[in-house]
Design a binder for this molecule. Structure first.
Ligand SMILES: *Cc1c(COP(=O)(O)O)cnc(C)c1O
Length: 381
């Protein structure tokens, strides 16, 4: 009897790691061959796997985190002290923090309703306004949130029109596509994350994705302390210690083998929630516009009111089920309260009414049934 009780109350996480099985073999191989260092066959192999998966002739550099990849990306785009960088407001703080590492100035751009990502109208308004002030933004950071691609054609169209490079934050969107082209290949520089909660994980890690090998090699050079070609340690530039470990990359190689299964499982979660909550017509799900393919990293719902969102969240919490409001927009964060922003109210509304539901690829149907049961109860409460 006690085991049944334990199981009905067992913790359900928002998004937990899901190993495929082969990860240990790659890690053991690293130990067996003594490649216990931030270089080695797993690092090269993992980069190859990413490049093959993404296609489009991209080149990947494996790094310690998605955040370090964004930082190096900004360095490669020439972002320096005092430069202005336009960044999607609705996102995780890791999209924006590296702007400040460079001593540059973040300016936040609100979302549109279709995908929840950067609003092309606010983006163009911001660019025109900054240029009218005599400052041309140095880069744009656009994010595919929760797996849903941003409006690629519109955002890149504007970036091209004003000749401003895009850093594509695809941390949440490995496996997502826009018109059959993989997210993580659109930016002048793109980044991926393999943190513990992402669609695949290396425990912690990231990658910078570049359009050519010269840029990738530059990223690797900067990530390994920027050593000149000399027998002694000589440096002509400031470097970083951002290279991925060969142990960690072994986990990544195993995870790449199951990436498509993980996308399938997360999409199935979304469909299951949508189907079993359809009686509540006031609940909104973010649908895929034509041409968009989301990895459905997290299933998100929009409730009609903040109060109902909170009622659902607390009801799940009481049952040991983790859910979370959508990202709190950067322009509403205490740390960025003095930053400029170009807003329309949409991201604030998404933050107030949105909830991320448990979405791990390792959820069982009985878990989903349990979650949906409690959501229904809070509706009827
Ligand atoms: C996770 C995440 C990052 C940061 O990646 P880390 O590997 O955790 O450093 C950046 N941007 C977004 C949108 C993320 O979700």
């Amino acid at each position: 009897m006690t085991t049944t009780t334990a199981r009905t109350n067992s913790k359900i996480w928002l998004s937990s790691p899901h190993m495929g099985g082969a990860e240990r073999d790659f890690v053991n191989e690293a130990f067996d061959t003594n490649w216990v260092a931030p270089l080695g066959p797993n690092v090269n192999g993992f980069e190859n796997d990413i490049e093959t998966y993404l296609g489009n002739d991209v080149h990947a550099a494996a790094l310690v985190s998605g955040t370090s990849a964004i930082h190096l990306g900004l360095v490669l785009l020439g972002v320096k002290h005092g430069d202005e960088v336009l960044c999607q407001s609705m996102t995780f703080s890791a999209s924006a923090n590296p702007i400040t590492y460079q001593g540059a100035v973040p300016i936040f751009i609100d979302s549109e309703k279709l995908t929840g990502n950067m609003d092309p109208e606010q983006l163009e308004r911001a660019i025109k306004d900054r240029m009218a002030n005599g400052i041309k933004p140095k880069a744009i950071i656009a994010v595919h949130l929760y797996g849903m691609p941003y409006q690629v054609d519109e955002i890149h169209g504007i970036a091209n029109k004003y000749d401003i490079p895009i850093l594509e934050d695809s941390a949440e969107s490995l496996g997502s596509k826009f018109h059959d082209v993989n997210c993580g290949t659109f930016g002048d520089i793109s980044i991926l994350s393999f943190n513990g909660n992402k669609i695949i994980t290396t425990s912690g890690g990231g990658a910078l994705v570049a359009k050519n090998k010269v840029l990738k090699d530059k990223a690797v050079y900067l990530s390994t302390q920027a050593r000149d070609d000399a027998p002694h340690y000589q440096h002509s530039e400031i470097g970083y210690n951002y290279r991925m470990s060969n142990i960690v990359a072994g986990i990544g190689r195993g995870q790449m083998l199951v990436l498509n299964d993980r996308v399938g499982a997360r999409r199935a979660n979304y469909n299951f929630y949508k189907k079993h909550l359809c009686e509540f017509s006031e609940l909104e799900f973010i649908a895929e516009p034509s041409g968009y393919f989301s990895n459905r990293w997290l299933t998100t719902i929009l409730t009609p009111s903040f109060e109902l969102r909170e009622r659902i969240r607390f009801a799940l919490q009481k049952e040991n089920i983790e859910s979370r409001p959508l990202w709190k927009p950067m322009h509403l964060q205490p740390i960025f309260k003095d930053s400029k922003n170009y807003v329309n109210g949409i991201s604030e509304d998404l933050f107030n009414r949105g909830l991320c539901l448990p979405s791990g690829s390792n959820l069982r149907e009985e878990d989903l049934v349990r979650i949906i049961g409690h959501i229904k109860e809070s509706f009827n409460a």
